[in-house]
Design a protein. Structure first.
Lengths: 429, 512
């Protein structure tokens, strides 16, 4: 599939006939003929309004035609972002495959808006403060670059769990970080939020999943010290060296409209830890970060060894003849069967067949959409491939087993053995 | 003959065929029927032979592989101005739609399943809920959306909004739209729309439909379909609860195999030169089907006949004569159905389908032969005695933990399932169970990644769906059943089905 068009419109602008173009705030590709741009907006407006006729809540999510899929996102009232993807010729529609792809493309839509907001504020705020022309130019500036990153044929998003990975911890480690977080909150009231990462994996945050994901993606290159761009960053862009750590991003202005409004971001690193601080506007004192460094830096330095021991213990997990992915949202852990390389706990490293992977996406979507707390499903996808998902109070265990001639009970026995490894007796049948 | 003449006359034919039968007992049936068949000769199949000597040739025509209708002209280039003007027209229609009476009524809007049929000119043909006249604005928008997408040389398939799916089946000159809040996949909903489309075709034939709309684009099809609404309504209700449509298979009336064989032999007595099929239904389920050697009566066609009989009381009295098109058999021509009940309770219905439109009296004699043979072997009495006892309870199987199941023999396209016992005697639970079956089947038959087995544990049930060679099984257990218990239960269930297959399925359908 490739991106056919991506556009943003406000249905309240240009209400008169002949003024339809005023509704359009951004259109990609810009070379597209004007009448086609207007036509796209008109069609999407009609689809949204028509579907609303039958809805008591919610709004239009996507439309499928023989050749295209149109995805809709209304991030703010009357502002719509539409992504149209062209299907390869001869591809039939309507199956699970499409549903799996859709969640990926929906994610592109949502992320593009969240990133725009982070740097520029909401569409409505910009429209009110600066008028349509400035809003259009900001959209052009941001979205053209954003879409360039994805290219015309975006790949299937490989991470099921909201785009960032959890660092698996034991109880004492969780308590240490929690106490450090509380201490920062108490000592520095100007700090609105603190998020700890270790080698790019999330340790602890006081933000909810959405904003945390936006932040971690926006500053992705700075979170992982082994990342090549970070190495480059290391040499050139250390803003300030402190006693324990260094500051990489210093008081950059960002927007979290629903949470804090405008605030400042500061990225601070000690050893392999990266901490993102969100701080109220107006803090500029030079010694402010020295004070933070004294509290946070000193404590983190003492935690390095305990974190290292956790990483070592993970490496000693026995090799299993199956592929699994375990996520526990309660202690923010994510474990995969290839745990030797936790820096890239992405599903792609599990080398799961594409068909099975797509089924996993559909299962995950189903859990999210239906808010299932206790649920279990096992599917025999191909001749010798089984896919299983167990959900229990925020814990999700996906297992892929290749087992010739296995029946339900054999597969279940294998999964049961695995469940015990996570101290989740309740997972066992 | 002009279009209006054709349409008005055809409308009379369809309206009257039901009324014709025995409504006026004073008039001789032959007189009534001869009127109908005369009109049909002139209007429906004017070019076809009508002598009885030619009826075999006519039958051969029916059996020819139907030619697909020409596809809609999607390659037609539309000018930019035309596209923009249609766009503006669409916006205008949307504004009108918002003022429509039904659209503002929550009870209409919140229906679980809406079905709309409209013509390529935007004329309403049918709506499952509400009068289609008052929904012309909504249907106008549907058509405008379809044409706006067609202007881009593309075809609208589905819209997904909140928990609703809007599915479009474009079969020019008709557009069928389903608005559904159920756990069905788009291909499943498309399949349901195909059933509805086939029901329309069963009344008018594809050739007739194309011919009419070729001449008069804005023809009001309701004139031709008047009286058909109740069949469409009944079909739509059945889609929500009848597994026959979900499984694309038929449910046989359970009776011992030996009796079914005798009934089959009795149906063979109906043989005439141009008799294509003889079907005996009991309580809306198939007891036996006798067919010509070279031709099969496909489940989809049989479902049209079952819907016809179960939806209407119009055939209750005497013998009825009705032209009907079976789209899988031949979408371009009519067969003629002789319909009669064999008992006073109106449970046993005999259908004799012939290609000869003048065969009413011949088939009436055939009916007598069938009835005589059935009586000679006490089959009618046996069937009457089995009424009410024919469905079985899942407890009859003696399989612990099993709450309900559907077993489909994929080779025979037949299935069996027990009656709904506790907890499914309550509608809410029954609807949930049917939803599980719908979802499970959607997974098992996904067009891209079909699954062979699904085992799903949720709050209320544990469901198992299994596609193996020769059968398809959907089973519901209690939520606390273990996998070992479930597997053991399935083994016992399969053994039970095997032991009783002669009673549950029509294993040896007779031929003429």
């Amino acid at each position: 599939m490739e991106i056919d068009s991506y556009f943003i419109y406000n249905s309240l602008l240009g209400p008169k006939e002949g003024e339809e173009i005023k509704k359009l705030l951004f259109y990609f590709p810009k070379e597209q003929k004007l009448f086609r741009k207007i036509n796209d907006v008109g069609l999407c407006e009609a689809i949204v309004q028509f579907s609303n006729t039958f809805l008591s809540h919610g709004h239009c999510k996507y439309m499928q035609t023989n050749d295209r899929i149109y995805l809709f996102h209304e991030p703010e009232p009357s502002f719509w972002i539409v992504l149209s993807m062209r299907k390869p010729s001869g591809n039939e529609f309507g199956g699970i495959k499409d549903e799996a792809l859709l969640s990926t493309y929906q994610f592109i839509l949502e992320e593009s808006y969240e990133r725009f907001c982070l740097w520029h504020n909401t569409f409505a705020a910009l429209l009110e403060a600066f008028g349509t022309a400035i809003l259009i130019s900001k959209c052009k500036f941001f979205f053209e670059e954003f879409l360039e990153q994805f290219g015309r044929t975006p790949k299937l998003e490989k991470n099921l769990f909201g785009g960032f990975q959890y660092f698996s911890q034991d109880k004492s480690s969780i308590l240490n970080f929690r106490s450090l977080l509380s201490r920062v909150q108490e000592t520095f009231p100007e700090v609105l939020s603190v998020t700890f990462f270790h080698n790019g994996q999330l340790i602890l945050t006081d933000l909810s999943d959405g904003p945390c994901s936006v932040l971690s993606k926006a500053f992705h290159s700075q979170l992982n010290p082994t990342n090549s761009s970070r190495s480059k960053f290391n040499k050139k862009k250390v803003v300030r060296k402190l006693k324990y750590g260094s500051i990489y991003v210093h008081l950059k202005s960002v927007h979290f409209p629903a949470l804090f409004g405008e605030c400042q971001v500061c990225i601070y690193c000690v050893s392999n830890f990266t901490i993102i601080f969100l701080i109220s506007c107006g803090i500029e004192a030079d010694d402010y970060f020295s004070k933070i460094d004294m509290v946070v830096g000193a404590q983190l330095t003492s935690l390095v060894s305990s974190v290292l021991s956790i990483t070592e213990s993970k490496k000693s997990l026995p090799e299993l003849n199956l592929k699994f992915l375990y996520s526990n949202k309660l202690n923010k852990s994510l474990v995969a069967s290839n745990c030797g390389n936790l820096n890239d706990v992405a599903i792609e490293t599990l080398t799961i067949p594409n068909d099975v992977l797509q089924k996993m996406y559909v299962m995950h979507e189903f859990i999210l959409n239906h808010r299932k707390h206790d649920y279990e499903i096992m599917e025999k996808v191909q001749a010798d491939c089984w896919l299983s998902l167990k959900v229990l109070h925020g814990k999700e265990l996906y297992v892929v087993i290749h087992h010739k001639n296995a029946n339900l009970i054999c597969v279940n026995d294998d999964i049961k053995k695995l469940s015990f490894q996570f101290d989740n007796i309740s997972f066992a049948d | 003959m002009s279009n209006s003449e054709i349409s008005s006359a055809l409308s009379e034919v369809t309206q009257n065929t039901e009324e014709v039968k025995q409504e006026n007992h004073d008039k001789p049936l032959s007189e009534e029927l001869s009127n109908v068949t005369l009109e049909e000769k002139e209007l429906i199949l004017p070019e076809e032979a009508n002598t009885s000597a030619e009826s075999l040739a006519l039958l051969d025509d029916h059996f020819k592989t139907p030619q697909p209708p020409p596809p809609p002209d999607l390659t037609r280039q539309v000018s930019e101005d035309e596209m923009l003007s249609r766009q503006r027209h669409l916006s205008m229609l949307i504004a009108e739609e918002e003022e429509s009476e039904y659209v503002n009524s929550a009870s209409w809007r919140d229906q679980k399943r809406h079905i709309f049929i409209l013509t390529e000119a935007g004329k309403p043909v049918y709506s499952r809920h509400g009068s289609e006249d008052k929904l012309s604005a909504v249907m106008g928008v549907m058509l405008a959306l379809v044409s706006c997408v067609q202007d881009r040389n593309d075809t609208l398939r589905s819209i997904h909004a909140a928990d609703h799916k809007f599915v479009f089946l474009i079969k020019m000159p008709l557009v069928l739209v389903a608005v559904c809040q159920m756990p069905l996949t788009v291909p499943q909903i498309m399949g349901e729309l195909e059933y509805i489309y086939n029901t329309v075709i069963s009344v008018v034939t594809l050739t007739q439909l194309d011919r009419i709309f070729e001449k008069q684009k804005n023809f009001d099809l309701r004139r031709l379909l008047s009286g058909t609404d109740k069949f469409l309504d009944h079909l739509c209700s059945s889609l929500d609860s009848d597994p026959q449509y979900l499984l694309r298979a038929i449910q046989c009336y359970p009776i011992p195999g030996s009796i079914r064989d005798v009934i089959g032999q009795s149906l063979q007595q109906a043989k005439t030169d141009d008799l294509a099929f003889a079907v005996l239904l009991c309580s809306g389920q198939v007891v036996s089907v006798c067919r010509m050697k070279e031709h099969n009566l496909k489940p989809n066609d049989l479902l049209i006949l079952i819907n016809l009989i179960t939806a209407s009381t119009a055939f209750n009295d005497g013998e009825s004569w009705l032209p009907i098109c079976l789209p899988e058999f031949n979408p371009n021509g009519f067969l003629h159905a002789h319909i009669s009940y064999l008992d006073d309770g109106r449970n046993m219905c005999l259908l004799l389908l012939s290609a000869d439109r003048d065969a009413f009296f011949k088939l009436s004699e055939s009916r007598m032969k069938v009835v005589n043979k059935l009586n000679r072997h006490d089959c009618i009495k046996t069937l009457q005695a089995s009424l009410g006892k024919s469905t079985y309870n899942v407890s009859k199987l003696g399989v612990a933990d099993l709450r309900h199941f559907i077993f489909k023999d994929t080779n025979l396209s037949q299935f069996t399932f027990p009656c709904f016992s506790i907890p499914y005697t309550i509608e809410e639970h029954r609807t949930r169970l049917f939803g599980h079956y719908q979802r499970l089947r959607g997974k098992l038959h996904d067009p891209h990644i079909p699954v062979k087995l699904v085992y799903e544990i949720s709050e209320h049930e544990t469901m198992l769906g299994w596609v193996a060679s020769g059968f398809e099984l959907h089973a519901a257990f209690g939520p606390l059943v273990t996998k070992k218990q479930a597997i053991a239960a399935v083994d016992r269930l399969l053994r039970w089905v095997k032991q009783n297959d002669d009673e549950l399925f029509m294993q040896r359908p007779p031929t003429f």
